[in-house]
Unconditional design. Sequence first.
Lengths: 317, 188
Amino acid sequence: MSYAYYPGCSLTESAVEFDVSARAVMAHLGLELAEIPDWTCCGASAAEPVSKLLNYALPARNLAIAEKEMGGADVVAPCSACYLNLLKVNREVTHDRHLLARVNEVLLASGLTYSGSVKVRHILDVFLNDVGAKIIAQRVNRPLGGLRVAPYYGCQILRPYPVFDDPKRPTSMNRIIEGLGAEVYPWEHGDKCCGASLMMGHPEVALQSVTDILKAARQADVIVTVCPLCQMNLEAYQAEARKLGARPVPILYLTQLMGLAFGLDDEALLLEKNLTVSARARRRLAEGRPSGPDPGMEGEKTEETRKETPSKEERHV
Amino acid sequence: MSEAVRPTWSPKEDEYGPVLARLKEEVAACMQCGTCTASCPNGFAMDITPRTMWRMIQFGMVDAIFDSHTYWMCSSCYTCTLRCPRGLKLTSAMASLKRLAMLTREGRREGAFYRAFMDNVESHGRVQEMGMMSGYFLKRMDNPALPLRYLPLGLRLLGKGKVHLPGGGQGRILGPMFAKAREMEAMP
């Protein structure tokens, strides 16, 4: 199958390992990707507070190009925010003639129009429903030997539109993780918000969310994400979360974990780009014998400081 | 809030009128059940609960809305939108509140990250992370220590080759669309 690939801005910079591993894993599964020519930013969650119209027109521009030049191929986005913004155009705009006309008026400034014929897919949806967990399991060359993996879904692939998973109790990653020979770490925090861009304006609030998630993953070997912003928040602030009682955990993109099990090369995984995967953890992951808690963090000691701060849920009644 | 000193002036009615009218439509069907408040992961940091905020909008209490910082705590997790028994797009309503508040000076400071992000998109087509953060810091001159907070992370990312120096991208490819949207949104 062939897809119109929309990497999104983060995957060209801070989430380059997501881009590289996603492309490698897709290729390994026999899926063809063609990047949408001249794609531009979807506006993330920053467009809506600035301009309602651009919140629709920015993602619509990319769908319009895919519609015009890519023969009706499904658009696949690895980033949750890109996925939701693109999907929102199909859900909120294309059935509203007045709004569609306004959005198209903006698009016309770029010489484009969009009719709503392109399907928007998240990469996890493609893995699950176009490939299937069974085929994924068959492509495994190096089973992950019982690695305890906490699946972290984040928000925007689950909500507000339930598409390929149950937003109240997401399980879509379970069968993939089990197919890779790993164990699904049981926890309730897979769909909790990481604080997203609050980490910029009100870091103390977002840090509480990150801490709660990391605390809940205390016994897990790794957390896997499918969103560059979740990945950034869970990785980059572990030192601060530790002061609030969390234990550092390596965070991988789902596609990196899949690549590991498929036996793909280091250049396809780019694990050295992750902020929480130490050289030791990399070696152990590569050898497929994960065991015991690992500090994960580069250049940090394991010494655990457990200050009992009340969790957010306890305080917020 | 004391009567003598107000941190913000409410903008003139013809400025906020259209945004507020839209907001009233967005939450008109709210029946005050409070599911949104109970669902919000950032509720602990809000001064007014989401449920109360919808009521304040219905009553048109602009001054109280401008005084609150509740909507700046919304991280767009969409839990309230998913659960609202009336099917209201509450996350969008929070974004509309941010747009409304950005008519004030205090609101423009609070919304600095969103503005810096969109400025960067307008200039480069694709977000250039380091340039975007620099733009954010420039809009937050009220807090000159802010860049220091993110400096260690910036250096780590730079060391890993995960961000690059400002420049690159698609240029002003989106300029015409931004101009058109601005023109259309200036008209009621």
